[in-house]
Design a protein around this ligand. Structure first.
Ligand code: BGC
Length: 778
């Protein structure tokens, strides 16, 4: 018998024993509890959605009753800044996006309110993703803080600055869970975990909207991209997605539900198709789930030309333009499909507006559905207070931007978002009194610090790394080393990126040798992440690794500070660098925040919200994966491993991050060893600062359901708390677990709570080792 055959036999034996055991347990536990209930596995406490206001509802009905079909179709139309004319406003166009000049906004609003027949104000929208003018860390960075107040500050200030120019809707939060680091848009949300994304989504919505988004410094949020846009095949933006119902509901939908429960009153349907059905033609998701199950009474706008993209290519004249999904033959069919699916507002393309009369006459759309869409749009406009206060004061707009409290919050957010990946021999923090050489292609870039979706952020507002370091370590020097390309393909040539000339290398060496310590600023340009910015390699672009090698050879202590919008493959960087600080794209206060952390003013406490693979071939790699019948073991052939990677793990796992002090997490205790399916159990755990410096630790709680009707992820984050402790200080952190935590969605889309054992893990990363168990009883 060959060894392969032997291995097969032993696996077969194991499988038989396993099956018998599982069959017994399954029979005992087959009584599924809670089937049919749509209880969300989200961390929001009490839903905060506004209940329908009878006054607003009757105003909506009254207005709707006066509208002609044309006027209704105009409300459904959402146009970009470059199409926004007085004529559009006069005709009663519903919404305009990307216009940011308060004088123009005010002017168009005057035309709409004073010159359109029914005086309906326009809803002005913008992509305020991580700041309007005061740019905060990219959302992936903010999620690394494991501190929802970072997201709240970001969206509170983003709303204030946006509203000051006359905007009343923001296309945020972006909550697409993603296991795809090649995808550039992983930068825009909270990473690979549904729970963390849900907490941050709710925080962003509540901060931007407040309890009443008609307030002058509040805006309505639009949660996007509905849904599962974060999992495009091959990581290529806009690409197709195919997934099971359970995965959709357990991993991708919870942050949307959290945002809706927190009050998000608009949503954006996505470009991608799920199981062959594009987001903006997806009746199941838009109408059945979002509006039906979740009780969403706001409106859904399409993503940019997403309605046009429903058509087969080539698009027929006279409507040319984007096409491709091939679920509609032409523009009228695309418009009908989108509207009938539940899309209420069409962005950029104009098929519902242009063909609405014809489609209605042909019975392909109904007046009922048109009224429903318009009702939703008007409801949001009334709730936004636009009828009472349609105008903005352009004279005051500038005075609301980059206020001292905003800048201070951005600095704090940036330093709280940084993750210390490596710190050999306690090299960091550096001593600011010593001479510091700041080296690297990102060392003096304000532009890149803002990251993708920089809103109205200005390069010159951004504090560069060099400026930040110099402010705390006078006498610091700057050497670029090489220049990163800001071009897009086909003009971008990866082989020519950041090429280091001999002279440049000599300067780098000289700068390092004449200093006591080096801060090496490396990473990606801001153009390398965000929309339409997929990479097939996710290492340091260009010849940046050679800069590390050069500095290493000088023997000077150095830290690599990374700026990037996605997990990178850092095996080589880690092998050649004593210290690595992941700074993401930190925003407008980048340099100060880097200096705060590097010199120890701030003790880093961020944790990774996404796994960092060793090699790109491991993608997708994520901590919350389902188990397999042959779990990975690098030393065993017939199991789920790579033959060319001697590890089953990512280089840095979800939840990982170091500090300048040390912590001990111990004494995990459960309030009960068994709990009824509707009950709850409390988990408490002690955390002690065992080092000599004040610092932050993120205590993380994971669960695993070892025997369930469908395989459950090996770990699922269900609680976290970032605590600040003085040296020697101890804190007990408690978490409550209930049915929303232990239950899951099955493949019929039902939320089930099954009896049986639940394992609870606590620690400071997804590798948490403290373990206790309790039993869910029928
Ligand atoms: C993006 C959206 C964005 C919209 C409007 C699209 O290309 O996918 O996230 O909100 O443009 O700018």
């Amino acid at each position: 018998m060959s060894s392969r055959a032997i291995r097969r036999v032993s696996f077969a034996k194991l499988s038989v024993a396993g099956f018998v055991l599982v069959a017994l347990l399954t029979t005992a536990f087959m009584l599924r509890m809670g089937r049919g209930e749509a209880m969300p596995a989200t961390p929001t406490q009490e839903p905060t959605r506004q209940a329908a206001d009878p006054g607003i509802e009757s105003s909506v009905e009254e207005l709707l009753g006066k509208m002609t079909l044309q006027e209704k179709l105009q409300q459904i139309q959402l146009i970009p800044d470059w199409q926004a004319t007085d004529e559009q406003a006069r005709n009663g166009v519903g919404s305009v996006f990307s216009l940011v000049d308060p004088t123009t906004i005010n002017h168009l609003q005057h035309v709409a309110v004073e010159e359109s027949r029914l005086h309906i104000p326009i809803l002005f929208a913008y992509d305020t993703i991580h700041g309007f003018r005061t740019i905060f860390p990219i959302p992936l960075g903010a999620a690394s803080s494991f501190d929802p107040s970072v997201a709240s500050d970001d969206h509170r200030i983003g709303a204030r600055e946006s509203a000051a120019v006359g905007l009343k809707q923001i296309y945020s939060p972006m909550v697409d869970v993603s296991h795809e680091p090649r995808w550039g848009r992983i930068a825009e949300a909270g990473g690979e975990d549904p729970y963390l994304n849900s907490v941050f989504a709710a925080a962003r919505v509540k901060a931007a909207q407040g309890t009443d988004y008609s307030a002058p410094d509040k805006v309505v949020t639009s949660v996007k991209h509905f849904a599962a846009y974060g999992q495009p095949e091959g990581g290529r933006d806009y690409n197709t997605t195919d997934m099971s119902e359970q995965r959709l509901r357990n991993i991708y939908l919870p942050p949307f539900k959290a945002a809706i429960d927190a009050g998000a009153d608009t949503a954006m349907c996505s470009f991608n198709a799920i199981n062959g059905v594009p987001g903006c033609a997806n009746r199941y998701l838009e109408t059945d789930v979002l509006k039906g199950e979740w009780g969403f009474d706001g409106f859904i706008e399409s993503d940019y030309t997403a309605v046009a993209e429903l058509r087969a290519c080539p698009a027929k004249t006279p409507d040319e333009g984007p096409c491709g999904h091939g679920v509609a033959a032409d523009g009228p069919e695309a418009g009908a499909l989108a509207l009938n699916a539940g899309t209420d507002s069409e962005m950029v393309s104009t098929f519902i507006r242009d063909y609405g009369v014809q489609l209605l006459a042909e019975g392909r759309i109904s007046m009922e559905r048109i009224d429903d869409a318009v009702r939703r749009i008007l409801r949001v406009k009334f709730r936004a207070g636009l009828f009472e206060n349609p105008y903005v004061d352009p004279a005051k707009a500038d005075a609301a931007q980059m206020l001292p409290d905003a800048v201070a919050a951005a600095r704090k957010a940036a330093s709280r978002s940084m993750v210390l990946l490596k710190n050999e021999g306690g090299l960091l923090p550096l001593n600011s009194a010593r001479k510091t050489a700041v080296i690297g292609p990102l060392a003096k870039s304000g532009h890149d610090m803002l990251g993708p979706w920089w809103g109205r952020g200005r390069d010159e507002d951004a504090i560069t790394v060099y400026d930040g370091i110099k402010a705390q370590s006078p006498g610091a020097t700057y050497t670029q080393g090489c220049e990163l390309s800001h071009k897009d393909p086909p003009d971008y040539d990866p082989a020519q990126d950041c090429v280091i000339s001999k002279q440049a290398l000599a300067k780098v060496n000289a700068a390092a040798r004449s200093a006591d310590q080096v801060v090496l600023a490396l990473g990606e340009t801001r153009e390398m992440s965000g929309e339409a910015a997929t990479r097939s390699e996710i290492d340091l672009p260009g010849m940046q690794q050679q800069l590390i090698q050069a500095i290493q050879k000088t023997g000077k202590p150095f830290v690599v500070v990374l700026f990037n919008g996605r997990p990178l493959t850092l095996e080589k960087v880690a092998a050649q660098s004593p210290a690595i600080l992941e700074a993401w794209f930190p925003g407008v206060q980048a340099g100060h925040a880097v200096a705060d952390v590097v010199f120890g003013e701030v003790n880093p406490g961020g944790k990774l919200p996404v796994s960092f693979p060793r090699r790109v071939g491991q993608v997708p790699i994520y901590y919350n994966h389902e188990p397999t019948g042959r779990p990975c073991d690098p030393g065993v052939k017939w199991c789920s491993r790579y033959r060319d990677i001697p590890s089953c793990d990512p280089l840095y796992e979800f939840g990982y991050g170091l500090s300048y002090t040390t912590f001990d997490i111990s004494n995990l205790q459960l309030s009960s060893s068994s709990v009824a399916k509707d009950g709850s159990v409390t988990a408490s755990v002690d955390v002690t600062n065992t080092g000599g410096r004040k610092g932050d630790e993120v205590v993380q709680l994971y669960i695993h359901d070892p025997v369930a009707s469908i395989s459950q992820p090996v770990r699922r984050l269900r609680g976290f708390e970032r605590v600040t402790l003085e040296p020697g200080e101890k804190r007990t952190v408690t978490f409550t677990l209930d049915r929303s935590d232990v239950g899951f969605y099955d493949n019929r889309g039902k939320f089930v709570v099954e009896p049986g054992r639940i394992d609870v893990y606590a620690g400071n990363s997804s590798k948490a080792e403290l373990k206790q168990s309790f039993t869910v009883t029928g």
